[in-house]
Design a protein around this ligand. Structure first.
Ligand code: SAH
Length: 243
């Protein structure tokens, strides 16, 4: 082949690859991972000496956050902050998603409960780290939308249920980890009951829309827990079915 033609062809391939990368938000997701790493390095208080695991970072890197929001825009989806998902709800800032996932200490054979499915993004991250994820959402349109997105993206080990997550999901329990992504003044007792001994629950404790304590509750024996507050966060409120 003539050198000029070869050059033109390789430029076309290069442009096509670059366009494919643009559509997949590869650059933006890479930048998001670097920002998460930087936050993690300066947050030993919340994360402890081991920091953020490569497993959690890899799950964040593999998950296309832009496919969980209506606009599907790279510039909106990967900003370093919460992203609106409609009906007054948001996906948390990427670092907070990573931090909660790390604190939940999810292993490959685990069954995990999420309360507050929202867009399905956090459930998708958990699905890559656990055997099974059961997630509950109280707003019908969000539960339906998240179930559709997760199915389309082939996260086959996630079950979405419409309901009030205060009562947990007994049929799916016991859970090795529970992640609650809406704020409430107290940890719902049914969630602690459905947590396996040795398991952890991660949840923002405090009033919605104000500052809450991101709290880790570890079930150390039947009827016995150890609780610690790790960071200040700001989450939307945990609502009840009769609110
Ligand atoms: N984890 C989500 C974001 C959650 S925003 C994501 O990755 O996109 C918090 C969500 O909790 C909202 O969708 C809200 O409707 C839901 N929620 C609030 N109270 C709830 C309750 N009692 N049971 C289940 N979901 C609840």
């Amino acid at each position: 082949m003539k050198p000029l033609l070869l050059f033109v062809l390789s430029m076309v391939t290069f442009a096509r690859d670059a366009a494919a990368e643009d559509a997949e938000c590869v650059r933006e997701r890479g930048a998001m991972i670097e920002t998460i790493r930087a936050y993690a390095q300066s947050d030993a208080r919340a994360l402890g000496p081991q920091g953020l695991s490569e497993r959690v970072l890899e799950a964040m890197k593999q998950t296309k956050r832009h496919l969980f929001i209506a606009e599907r825009s790279c510039s909106i989806a990967y900003v370093d902050g919460p992203v609106p998902i409609g009906l007054g709800q948001t996906i948390s800032q990427p670092y907070i998603v990573a931090l909660m996932t790390q604190l939940a200490a999810v292993a490959p054979d685990h069954v995990v409960l999420e309360v507050g499915t929202g867009s399905g993004y956090q459930a998708a991250i958990l699905a890559q780290l656990a055997r099974k994820v059961c997630t509950i959402e109280i707003i019908p349109q969000l539960a339906e939308g998240a179930a559709k997105t997760l199915k389309k993206l082939a996260y086959d080990n996630v079950s979405v249920r419409l309901g009030d997550g205060y009562d947990g999901w007994p049929e799916c329990s016991p859970f090795d980890a529970i992640v609650v992504t809406a704020a409430l003044g107290e940890v719902p007792p049914p969630l602690i009951e459905q947590l396996r001994v040795g398991g952890r629950l991660v949840m923002p404790v405090g009033a919605g829309y104000s500052t809450q304590q991101l709290t880790v509750v570890e079930k150390i024996a039947p009827g016995k827990t150890a609780t610690r507050a790790v960071a200040l966060v700001r989450f939307v409120p945990f609502t009840r079915s009769n609110d």
